[in-house]
Design a protein around this ligand. Sequence first.
Ligand code: IPM
Ligand code: MG
Length: 350
Amino acid sequence: MKICVLPGDGIGPEIMAEAVRVIEALDLKFELEEALLGGAAVDATGDPYPEATRKLAREADAVLLGAVGGPKWDSLPREQRPERGLLGIRKDLCLFANLRPAILYPELANASTLKPEVVSGLDILIVRELTGDIYFGQPRGIENRNGERYGFNTMHYTESEIRRIGRVAFEAARKRNKRLCSVDKMNVLETTQLWRDVMTELSPEYPDVELTHMLVDNAAMQLVRAPKQFDVMVTGNMFGDILSDEASMLTGSIGMLPSASLDANNKGLYEPSHGSAPDIAGKGVANPLATILSAAMMLRYTFNNEAAAVRVETAVKKVLAQGYRTGDIYEPGTMKVGTKQMGDAVLAAL
Ligand code: IPM
Ligand code: MG
């Protein structure tokens, strides 16, 4: 069982070091091998998703990623930006199903900017399509036309792309509270009319799951008005990008949220939902828990080891209950710790 470890940029290497310690402590005989992605890869090779990384990522059973990007690389040509490495590996490994849970831990209820009664007990899963939509659509570009600059992108989905992400979402809902809300913009965009039609056609195959539809603007509003109405939400790549950031903030702490990006065979790339946080990189203060929880998702989805996943998740809950907090989730009365001390606490709890 081989895991490709991609620490990435910014706080990536620091948080990854803690996740790796946790994985090694489980003593499950994983073979871990490191490679470069994002800005670190650009600096070393000029390519944000170099050939050596592609080879390792393809042959590994799972990929664990820290974070990519940073201001240092923002002015490079688009093909050399760290984000291109992330989009490249998602597409290359056909990781079309992005699962982004937003869970409010009771210990962190005060971290949310929303009233406790609105968010307490929150447990939502956003299923985002990850390899299609306007993110990858052609044609795209910025050109000169009629004497001015003209920017254009293309939104598109085939029905098979919609169906396969729909199935992932229905299956996920089946394992949870059996409610699925599909999010689109069918009042304006034809692509998403097709999205709604295909989701509706799938529904009879999952009679135990209640399917509803919501327009994306309303969904954005409902997420802050009454988020607990949702169980599983399924949507396209761009709407999912936006709604998942919004949902993460309901919990007050993006530093706690893991994610999984899966292909059709449950090979996956696992990464925290947050970014590379260049402002705190190298200071040893970043929260490693989202990366550690991403490793737990890896144990569950790719390695089918529910017991080990639960063991890691239970250890994380325990350190929160013990009062350990990194700066992003700190509040008076709790114990402020750095990245490595948080890792130590999780190891002790394991
Ligand atoms: C995410 C990120 C990426 C995305 C960026 C970094 C390309 O925002 O994983 O949500 O837009 O998908
Ligand atoms: Mg995003």
